[in-house]
Write a protein that binds this ligand. Structure first.
Ligand code: NAD
Length: 415
């Protein structure tokens, strides 16, 4: 399959929404360009004494609605185009769930698996120093992304705090609890996915009690989605990981499957289940299908054969554009990634608020505040999909661009 250029893809999605909104050409062009991109050169002392130079980026797409927000990824394939696209998607993601942030994204071209802990820390700290002039609680608030964790977030917070002579946890989110992180962050994405499925079920008249759910990918997003959807009364009948897929039409106990995976390294072999192919898993008759692993899993071939009522995208980009059209024609409700997996950014927002107010909420308080944002984002997206007769993905973009536009119109253009 040819790799979809993320930046061209992001521009196309914006153009589609602009058409529906009849967006002014100048405003469209303004939104089609990040506000600022910083390219930094990072000299790092390696363990063998050499100095190696890494290239890092921070793209700030838009801040009409609030400070920039978005992760930092460490990967050999990081490109400026990818970082730009991801920063634009963050603008829309924050707007959909109505958290007062704009979009940003950062990355360093590196192979994190080939760096020692010390090399990684020195690279992280140098990057934090290099971007320190453009980040800050009111300017740009980064977070973890691919191959970065709470550890790197705490190191970035530390550099920023030392440089400013005061401890400033609100400069970054996704921190360990001991350094100002929020409760419920670990479950955020899966819980958000479950809230979206619950709302989707209400719209199409699906009773979640006993509803059959299939989950592809049993990692952070997949396991917590399974746990919470099961608590809502649904039955998990199929799951998978990188080693294979399993099915049991009578139901699988999500917690016991996780215990089995932890003990044996895979869900495959779980007692009472049958091993099946990826295609069989994805096309098995069910009510809800949750891709929670990789991109481009729902191809046109799979889309033609899926037998679910709701497809909730926990993963980023699991459905190809051609498959989207097929699913729309089949009247399957696709809850797009930008909405379905927005639990993480909602809790990032709540972490930032807790940091700013120096007062911390309980798990339930955080979860219920997140629920409010996701449910509203879901309902507003659904209403626009009905109004314009488009799928939920296009509707979510119309909602997002419309909200950014409202902020622009309220603030005006200066000078
Ligand atoms: P993870 O690494 O914790 O889990 C990924 C799971 O997918 C693992 O169980 C792995 O075995 C499985 N997997 C890998 N290849 C597979 C294959 N070919 N078939 C079936 N399963 C396969 O990752 P995660 O954090 O759960 O992220 C999963 C997806 O959700 C990604 O697309 C990610 O971008 C997206 N996402 C996650 C979060 C989050 O907070 N965790 C937030 C937003 C989006």
């Amino acid at each position: 399959m040819t790799k979809i250029d993320p930046w061209q893809n992001a521009l196309k999605q914006l153009a589609d929404a602009a058409k529906i909104l009849k967006l002014d050409a100048g405003i469209h062009e303004m939104l089609a360009n990040p506000k600022k991109i910083l390219i930094v050169s990072l000299p790092v002392k390696m363990d063998d004494g050499r100095i190696k130079i890494f290239t890092g980026y921070r793209s700030q797409h838009n801040d009409f609605r609030g400070p920039h927000k978005g992760g930092i990824r460490y990967h050999p394939d990081v490109t400026i185009e990818e970082v730009k696209a991801l920063s634009m998607w963050m603008t829309w993601k924050c707007a959909i769930v109505d958290v007062p942030f704009g979009g940003g994204k950062g990355g360093i071209i590196c192979d994190p698996k080939r760096l020692s802990a010390g090399e990684k820390e020195r690279m992280t700290r140098r990057y934090a120093y290099a971007i320190s002039e453009i980040i800050g609680p009111g300017k740009d608030v980064p977070a973890p992304d691919v191959y970065t964790t709470g550890k790197e977030m705490a190191q970035i917070m530390d550099v920023y705090s030392v440089m400013h002579g005061q401890t400033e946890p609100a400069v970054i989110t996704g921190k360990p609890i001991s350094a100002g992180g929020s409760l419920a962050r670990n479950v955020a994405t899966g819980l958000g996915v479950a809230y979206c499925i619950r709302e989707g079920a209400k719209k199409i008249g699906l009773n979640l009690k006993g509803a059959k759910v299939v989950i592809q990918g049993y990692g952070n997003a997949g396991t917590f989605a399974a746990e919470y959807i099961e608590k809502m009364g649904a039955k998990i009948i199929g799951v998978s990981d990188s080693k294979g897929s399993i099915i049991n039409p009578k139901g699988l106990d999500s917690k016991k499957v996780l215990e089995y995976k932890t003990a044996h390294g895979s869900v495959v072999g779980y007692p009472g289940s049958k091993k099946v192919s990826t295609e069989e898993l994805l096309t098995t008759p069910c009510d809800v299908l949750v891709p929670a692993a990789l991109e481009n899993q729902i191809t046109p071939q799979i889309a033609r054969n899926v037998k679910c009522k709701i497809l909730a995208e926990a993963a980023n980009g699991p459905t190809t554009p051609e498959a989207d059209d097929i699913l729309f024609k089949k009247k399957i409700m696709v809850i797009p990634d930008i909405l379905a997996n927005s639990g993480g950014v909602c809790i990032s927002y709540l972490e930032w608020v807790q940091n700013l107010q120096r007062y911390y909420w309980t798990f339930d308080e955080v979860a219920s505040k997140m629920e409010h944002h996701i449910v509203r984002g879901f309902n507003d997206t659904y209403a626009l999909s009905k109004k314009h007769g488009v799928d939920m993905r296009k509707a979510s973009m119309v909602l997002a661009v419309g909200r950014v536009l409202e902020a622009f119109e309220a603030r005006g253009l200066w000078p």
